[in-house]
Design a binder for this molecule. Structure first.
Ligand SMILES: Cc1ncc(COP(=O)(O)O)c(C=O)c1O
Length: 459
């Protein structure tokens, strides 16, 4: 049906304002403003609807956050109920009901030993807080540990966009320009087996790259506060899935060399990998953990940093000893966001989300097998509901496409024409559907994306 003229005018106005007033994240605005922007107006289940009423499968869960689909009634209801009581009250010196309830729920689902919850509002701040806690912990633990001020992170790591998080980052495209502003970190190799820097085979390497992490720990542990990793999958680097044993091996090394282990579960948490947290796959108990993204089921900004009793107790003392953790954001522990997160966690249990997810993970795995015969699919990486499809110019040599060809970008535009919204990481096509996606929708998502890859790479 033809849209009324007034609607067309309203849309044109929004599109014009979008390109002239908004500065979009991770977006080259010169390029963006030359195209007609797609404006999302509403969502329902696994679908997004644009302001023209066109329907799309949300293939990346609105940047990896939507868990139970859009407009999940129980979460919406929890938000509305909390709005009816109070929208915000500070956690600085006061408390609020949903923040308390959520802390208890979080402690019950995270790896054992993480008993203290510190709230913030994004993955970046959760990581920033983890860094500051780790640093201050050693400063306050004893005189002899005060030299432990440095951090070890992985090549290809992404931990967010604030300066501390960028200091840990290992993606040159995003991070290199800021290098003069950043604190120095030790970088251990990324277990990126498809492009192994040591030319080893995953089946026989014996986790060779862990030796390099151990070298750093052996020589630098006296000056190192913590090691940080995205457990199991380096997300923003292109869904690099770690070989089995890497994470537990790294965790054991941290314990051996008396260095805190921070896990950044911002992307992997809340069911993404098939378990509630990626740490569970290898039974890892970190000292500090950062979570965000799926925490509110994709409704409101919220994050948390969790720590062990041991870490927490280094911050206790008489007020005049100045051991307080002097950190806190205005919206820390926002009651509406915490109420949404409580509802989100309850749904996992009530609707048996994780057990119902397992057949869909297998379905996805079966569909991904089809890509084996695609001429320009270099590697397909899957960990639960996190998928990266690496496109290459030459499968034999693994030669990447020239950046200016923007292959990944072209694939997502092609998929968009057919009712699927995804977002690539360079030339890695990412699939991260809501955990609640229906089998039929998952099939359609795969079919559209695979066709788009073919259309663009094998014209
Ligand atoms: C592993 C990881 N850590 C931290 C962040 C930063 O989270 P935010 O964008 O909420 O600041 C991200 C975002 O993608 C992430 O994937």
């Amino acid at each position: 049906m033809e849209k009324p003229r007034s609607n067309k005018r309203a849309l044109a106005r929004l599109q014009q304002l979008d390109t002239t007033r908004l500065w979009h994240p991770f977006t080259q605005m010169q390029d963006y403003s030359h195209n007609t922007p797609l404006i999302i107006e509403r969502g329902q289940g696994s679908y997004l609807f644009d302001s023209d009423g066109k329907k799309y499968i949300d293939g990346v869960s609105s940047l990896w956050v939507t868990v139970h689909g859009h407009r999940k009634k129980q979460i919406d209801d929890a938000i509305i109920a909390q709005v009816g009581k109070i929208c915000h009250s500070t956690l600085l010196g006061l408390s609020n009901v949903p923040a308390i309830e959520l802390a208890e729920k979080l402690v019950a689902i995270v790896p054992k030993g993480l008993t203290k919850v510190f709230y913030s509002d994004s993955g970046s701040t959760a990581v920033e807080i983890a860094l500051k806690i780790a640093y201050q912990y050693w400063q306050q633990l004893s005189r002899t540990t005060r030299k432990k001020k440095k951090f070890i992170s992985l090549v290809n790591a992404y931990h967010g966009d604030t300066i501390g998080a960028v200091s840990l980052g290992g993606i040159d495209l995003f991070h290199e320009i800021y290098r003069p502003l950043l604190f120095k970190t030790f970088k251990a190799p990324s277990p990126y087996c498809y492009r192994c820097p040591y030319n080893k085979k995953q089946s026989s390497c014996g986790l060779h790259c862990l030796n390099f992490l151990e070298d750093i720990l052996r020589t630098r542990h006296g000056e190192t506060a913590a090691f940080i990793m995205e457990p199991l999958v380096q997300g923003a680097a292109g869904m690099i899935v770690f070989p089995k044993g890497y994470c537990s091996g790294a965790r054991q090394l941290c314990a051996r060399y008396n260095v805190l282990c921070i896990v950044d579960e911002v992307a992997t948490g809340f069911g993404r990998t098939g378990r509630m947290f990626a740490c569970e796959h290898e039974n890892i108990r970190p000292d500090i953990m950062a979570i965000a993204k799926g925490i509110t089921g994709g409704t409101l900004p919220l994050a948390a940093t969790l720590a062990t009793d041991e870490v927490y107790s280094a911050f206790l003392g008489d007020v005049h000893e100045c051991k307080t953790f002097y950190h806190g954001h205005t919206y820390t522990g926002n009651p509406v966001a915490c109420a949404a997160a409580c509802a989100n966690i309850d749904i996992f249990r009530k609707e048996k989300v994780l057990s119902r997810l397992q057949p869909k993970i297998r379905q996805l795995w079966c569909r991904l097998e089809e890509l084996k015969i695609f001429k320009h699919v270099g590697q397909v990486r899957q960990c639960g509901f996190m998928v990266g499809i690496e496109l290459v110019a030459d499968r034999k040599t693994k030669k990447p496409y020239p950046a200016q060809e923007r292959i990944g970008h072209r694939v997502i535009l092609e998929a968009r024409k057919h009712g699927v919204i995804i977002r690539p990481l360079g030339d890695v096509i990412v699939l991260m559907p809501p955990l609640a996606i229906r089998e039929k929708e998952l099939d359609k998502l795969c079919s559209v994306v695979f066709d788009a890859i073919r259309t663009v790479t094998e014209p």
